[in-house]
Ligand binder design. Structure first.
Ligand SMILES: [Zn+2]
Length: 585
């Protein structure tokens, strides 16, 4: 339900004062500057790597259009840096705006931009501008631990997890992580915590933390979560879905308990065994097996043995999302074991994924192609709120891991077509360069689908009238950042790297609300929907969603709107995944 009363739409910026009326920076007086309801300046609050493309967006919301912007060093050096550049009118799906470029400003410093009488959030140009956020994002996971006391967060909790929904039998399923702003322990979502940590360890190794804490805290966190994940494997090799997910899709298990087994408030195990969970779980155990091979070989082997049991008990099939995870599972099992069986499975799964890419111009248009289909029939384009870039991410993984395979050129061509003929043109439709949520044929539900060409339409945000729930697109954007980062490495293409950062910049403040979506970074953070423990440093919100008109919305008014402001494991997982790919040498 969209309650316009507390969900701010993007049109509410304070009118910008005409540039000609602005005093120079020397003359400006503090009392003349106010903090607008939504700033006209949209910039990433962290700042930029010295060599990065640097863009300022100034939203036109009724005021005069400023002709230029200034970037200056607000510090106290004797000769503070200062440069003034032109702003250019830029067509944008979210309303007309001005954009300016200062990519050539590469000196390391703290900066501030001014335009149209407004100051930006101060930001840095420095080589660790992204990396210095990683310890915060990692610390979020520890704050979400379940089954143990977490200092400053909560005392030991849920020591009575859990009883089976079907038989009532009690099993020790304590531990793991609370998934989100609530206390539930979904397997698919919380495994994303571990994937983020494992990709961080793989991509950056000991150097991940500028303060030099080394890999030990990262691996210890993985092991903490994995104690719970391993307990969730049944004797047949398959893995259960969740603890405390809610008995009938409801919220009934989302509560603190008395920590005593056998009392009324014990939470439930959902013993269903869906394909997505099996595929993710195998990929996860295979990664754990690799990262612990030298430091704890017994544990590494136990994880691999468990993964083999699950692989043998599973059917490696499903919709396009699940096939993508099966492809990654097979690739990781090959990396972990070297067994040819898994290389063959990975190639076979990759071939199936290729078959689900739409290489033709469909719907009477010649603008885009190369998107994936949700499944073979009906031929609906793939659009996923969480695992959005997984199909091409699985294929680029194969291309990097098996470069001499006969299908390697097809995997590479598939990823390039997806990026060059779908993602690049679609992301160029807004000044923010974010990747839209998906393309559609016509209007599947009664709300705005933006016309693209022919019968094809698109939305930046999830449809709100398609099903009972919808939410912000943080994971979707971060997942694309991970894909674009890998593609920049494989193809040596700078444009992919720039576009990857634009996705992360939106999350960190370059959005129409001027809001940074990570608690403890940037400014104008929404208060999170986190009703049990409140603020968690480093936690990332579901983020900006859309209304029926596909306009961006975000709860900036303490409305506890879960769809835009709830913490959720996949956002921190993909943040670490994407950033570590981009930071990798
Ligand atoms: Zn708990």
């Amino acid at each position: 339900m969209h309650r316009r009363g507390f969900l701010q739409t993007m049109g509410a910026a304070a009118p910008a004062v005409a540039a000609a009326q602005q005093p120079s920076l020397k003359q400006e007086r503090v009392e003349e500057l106010t903090a607008p309801a939504a700033p006209a300046i949209a910039m990433n609050h962290l700042g930029f790597l010295p060599g990065a493309r640097k863009t300022i967006i100034f939203r036109l919301t009724g005021g005069a259009a400023p002709a230029e912007f200034t970037v200056r060093d607000p510090g106290s050096s004797l000769k503070p840096f200062r440069t003034t550049r032109p702003l250019r009118k830029t067509a944008c799906d979210f309303g007309e705006c001005m954009t300016g470029d200062f990519s050539d400003v590469q000196a390391e410093m703290m900066c501030q931009a001014t335009a149209g009488g407004e100051r930006s959030v101060p930001f840095f140009i420095r080589p660790d501008v992204w990396r210095r956020t990683l310890p915060k994002a990692v610390s979020y996971h520890k704050a979400q631990r379940c089954g143990v006391a977490v200092p400053n967060v909560h005392p030991a909790c849920h020591l009575d997890d859990a009883r089976r929904r079907d038989t009532g039998q009690h099993l020790d399923l304590t531990g793991g992580w609370h998934d989100a702003g609530d206390l539930r322990k979904w397997m698919d979502a919380t495994m994303m915590n571990a994937f983020g940590l494992l990709h961080l360890a793989r991509n950056l190794g000991e150097a991940w933390d500028p303060a030099g804490s080394g890999l030990e805290p990262v691996l210890e966190e993985v092991k903490w979560g994995n104690r719970y994940f391993l307990k969730m494997q049944d004797t047949d090799g398959l893995v259960w879905a969740d603890v405390a997910g809610g008995v009938n899709g409801d919220n009934s298990d989302n509560h603190w308990t008395d920590n005593l087994r056998g009392t009324e408030d014990d939470r439930y195990l959902n013993p269903s065994k869906g394909g997505l969970v099996q595929a993710m779980w195998i990929a996860l155990q295979a990664m754990v097996g690799q990262v612990y091979r030298s430091t704890d070989p017994g544990y590494a082997q136990a994880c691999l043995d468990a993964a083999v049991r699950c692989w043998r008990a599973s059917k490696h099939e499903g919709n396009t999302r699940d096939l993508s995870w099966w492809t990654l599972a097979a690739a990781e099992m090959h990396r972990a074991t070297g067994a040819e069986e898994y290389a063959a499975a990975a190639a076979s799964l990759g071939a199936q994924l290729l078959g689900r890419q739409n290489a033709a111009f469909e719907g009477g248009q010649k603008s885009i192609r190369g998107y994936f289909l949700s499944r073979t029939e009906p031929r609906a384009p793939y659009a996923e709120a969480v695992y959005s870039a997984l199909p091409p991410l699985a294929l680029i993984t194969l291309a990097a891991q098996f470069p001499a395979h006969p299908d390697a050129s097809r995997w590479r061509d598939s990823v390039r077509m997806h990026l060059d003929e779908y993602i690049l043109p679609m992301s160029s439709r807004s000044a923010y360069r974010i990747v839209p949520f998906g393309v559609f044929f016509g209007s599947p539900t009664k709300e705005l689908y933006r016309p693209l060409a022919g019968e094809m339409t698109y939305r930046y945000f999830l449809p709100v009238r398609q099903r009972s729930w919808w939410l912000g697109t943080t994971s979707h954007l971060e997942c694309y950042a991970a894909l674009l980062g890998e593609a920049a490495h494989l193809f040596g293409n700078r444009e992919y790297r720039d576009l990857a950062y634009r996705q992360l910049e939106w999350v960190m403040g370059a959005n129409p609300f001027g809001s940074c979506l990570m608690t403890g970074e940037g400014m104008r953070n929404p208060y999170p929907h986190s009703r049990y423990v409140g603020l968690i440093i480093g936690g990332i919100l579901n983020g900006i969603a859309g209304n029926a008109q596909d306009e961006p919305i975000l709860d900036m008014e303490y409305g506890m709107d879960w769809r835009t402001t709830e913490y959720w494991s996949p956002h921190n997982g993909f943040y670490l995944w994407a950033n570590s790919v981009l930071e990798r040498a």
